[in-house]
Every structure is written in C-alpha cells, then in structure tokens.
Write a protein that binds this ligand. Structure first.
Ligand SMILES: *Cc1c(COP(=O)(O)O)cnc(C)c1O
Length: 218
C-alpha cells in the first residue's frame, strides 16, 4: 500500500535528520503545501512542522486565514506580482524569490507600514535559463547592496531552482561558493523533491519539498 503523506513526512524527516548528523549542519525543511488543503497543513503542524511554503497568493490567503495559527512561518516561494505585494507582506514571514529592485523596495515600504521585518532570499538564476526568475551570479554584489539600506528587509540568504535536465551538483556548488563568500547570510534555500539529497551534499540548509510528501501534483 502507498504510504500516506503523514508517513512520507515522518520518513523524510528521518532522512533529513540522518543527513544533518552526517554533515553536522542544521537543515530546515519548508513543506511546500501549494494545492494541498488546510487540513493537511494542520496535521503536519501538529506533528511539529512549523515552516510551510506557498506559491500562489490567492490560494495562500484563503488557507492562511482559515488556519490562523501564529506558530506557523509562511514562506512565499512563487513569482512576485506587484499588485499582490501588499497581501504577501501581510501574510508571509519569508519571501524567497527576490530579484527585482522595484519589488523589494515596495516590500520594504509596506513592511514598514505594518511594523514588520521581512526575511528575504535573493533568487539566483544559477543556470541562466530564460524561463526562470532570479538574478545572475554576476549581478549579486550590486543587487544585494540595494538591500542593505532597506530597514524592513532582512537579507537571510540565497535561493535557487537549478536546471532539471542536467545533474545539479555543479549548479548547487556555485551557489554554495557565493553563499560562503557572503558570511552575513545564514540561509541557502535549495533542494526540492527530486534533488534534495544532492542539494544537502552541496551545502543547502533550507529545503523546499512538496511532492516527496504529498505525492505527484496533477
Ligand atoms: C513547487 C515548488 C517547490 C516544491 O517542489 P516539489 O517538487 O513539490 O518538491 C519548491 N520550490 C519552488 C520554488 C516551487 O515552486
């Protein structure tokens, strides 16, 4: 019989714990709950899971309001649209997909107005793919310097989604180099269902995983 999402979650936690011991590094798991209902989120939260990731603002809005649980940290991992930034600031604790000066300034402004400091990761388009968001490695220094002046933005780290059709080791390794060079960062957000072990082997300390727990998304 197929294991259900609770068993899959427990299984995944055990694997991650073993890798934490092996690499002597704390690894945070963001459970990606897009397309999953609130009940599943509450069930996993009751098992101790505190970090959840969502891609779509409207879907997240509904779920977050219905759950109303202050011990959950919500991570926005979707594409940012200007007209949704206010809602993102109200609902989320982290934004992983920062790559536009205009957007990050707006997030800063709105966060300030609601007395909040937003945790952010800069998204890096590590394999320079047309279809993916993020800045290039070369743009990092200039772009990150824009964030220093923004008092309601806390730059925590880097996020990436590598190319899926080639092995990801090299892409992850380039991310790790950039992460290590900037020692004020504490988060390297990489590793999804298909590649999280490789991501951990290459220095990831925050994973974003959905399908490995909930099964294939339709
Ligand atoms: C959907 C998504 C994930 C999770 O992918 P899975 O294959 O479900 O593990 C992680 N990161 C981002 C940015 C996503 O959009």
């Amino acid at each position: 019989m197929l294991a259900n999402y609770v068993d899959k979650y427990k299984d995944l936690k055990t694997r991650i714990n073993d890798l934490e011991t092996l690499y002597n590094r704390e690894i945070r798991l963001v459970v990606v709950s897009k397309t999953q209902n609130s009940e599943k989120i509450i069930t996993l939260n009751n098992l101790g899971q505190t970090d959840f990731g969502e891609n779509y603002v409207d879907e997240a809005h509904e779920k977050i309001n219905s759950i109303r649980n202050s011990n959950i940290r919500w991570h926005f991992i979707g594409k940012i649209q200007s007209n949704k930034i206010k809602t993102i600031c109200n609902l989320f604790d982290w934004v992983h997909t920062i790559s536009s000066e205009k957007h990050v300034k707006k997030i800063n402004e709105i966060s300030k107005s609601i007395n909040k400091v937003m945790n952010v990761c800069i998204q890096i388009n590590i394999d320079n793919e047309q279809t993916k968001g993020g800045i290039t490695l070369e743009e990092y220094d200039k772009f990150s310097s824009i964030l220093y002046g923004l008092q309601n933005i806390k730059l925590r780290g880097l996020m990436t989604i590598p190319r899926s059709d080639i092995p990801s080791e090299e892409s992850f390794a380039r991310m790790y180099d950039l992460y290590k060079k900037n020692d004020y960062l504490d988060t390297l957000s990489m590793g999804m269902s298909s590649d999280f072990v490789t991501a951990i082997e290459n220095g990831a300390n925050m994973l974003r995983i959905g399908q490995e727990i909930f099964g294939k998304r339709i």
